[in-house]
Design a protein around this ligand. Structure first.
Ligand SMILES: [Zn+2]
Ligand SMILES: [Zn+2]
Length: 243
């Protein structure tokens, strides 16, 4: 851990001691250990049925039976399902952005609270899983950001559910920002970007990949492909939000 990270964490801890707890979104006063006020928490939009069983893409309309969206239907996917707790809108989107790019490290707590809702989804709760695997950052990006947002969230979720974190993947190739690429270009860009670090920790294990946000699913798909090729029994995905 760098000196800057340690300093930031000390200041963050001191801040909690010196200032009354407040909502990270609207600054209204809250209680101890409460990072989001009730009003802001309520404005976060949970992903509710109907949605695609595979990628959790919500569907606007009346549909009662389980379905797979057109996007997933024609695609070979290596994860069983990707479960997101919230839509990437409003307070959820702002928190993810501030956590990742503005170094608001304390936001990992409300984000992990939100992420933990995915554990109640029957697609994740059964069959039980053996380890949480954070989507890794390349070391250059890690040096810029000083932390891996997925690893921080996985650590907090692991504390709650008692299932260990396994840093089973390594990002071996630095990929430029993917935001301007379409799905096919993203997949091409990601080929060979990840490698399994410990095959023994992957083999025959039921794994849950952890990331902050699911957008096109290209990153988690590439991670899943690599894990399955290394002999994982299954890969499921949890994210705080779905773009
Ligand atoms: Zn608030
Ligand atoms: Zn889908």
């Amino acid at each position: 851990m760098s000196v800057a990270t340690i300093t930031r964490r000390i200041f963050s801890a001191l801040g909690t001691l010196c200032f009354p707890p407040h909502c990270a979104a609207c600054k209204a006063e809250t209680g101890p250990g409460i990072h989001v006020c009730a009003e802001c928490a309520e404005s976060a939009q949970r992903i509710e049925t109907p949605f695609c069983q595979r990628c959790s893409q919500p569907f606007d309309g009346a549909i009662t039976q389980e379905f797979t969206c057109a996007n997933c239907a024609g695609r070979e996917l290596h994860f069983v399902c990707a479960v997101a707790a919230y839509l990437s809108h409003g307070v959820v989107r702002n928190f993810i952005h501030a956590f990742k790019y503005e170094r608001q490290f304390h936001l990992r707590r409300p984000l992990a609270d939100w992420l933990a809702h995915t554990l109640d989804d029957p697609r994740i709760s059964a069959p039980p899983f053996d380890a949480l695997v954070p989507v890794p950052l390349h070391h250059i990006r890690f040096r810029e950001r000083e932390f891996n947002q997925a690893a921080e969230l996985a650590a907090l979720v692991s504390q709650r559910c008692g299932i260990p974190v396994s840093h089973a993947l390594k990002r071996t190739r630095y990929t430029s920002t993917q935001t301007k690429l379409d799905r096919h270009e993203r997949m091409e860009n990601l080929r060979g970007a990840f490698r399994v670090r410990h095959t023994a920790r992957v083999k025959e294990r039921h794994l849950v990949l952890v990331d902050d946000v699911f957008t096109t699913g290209s990153t988690v798909e590439e991670c899943s492909r690599v894990l399955m090729r290394a002999g994982a029994a299954s890969v499921r995905v949890i994210t705080v939000a779905r773009g």
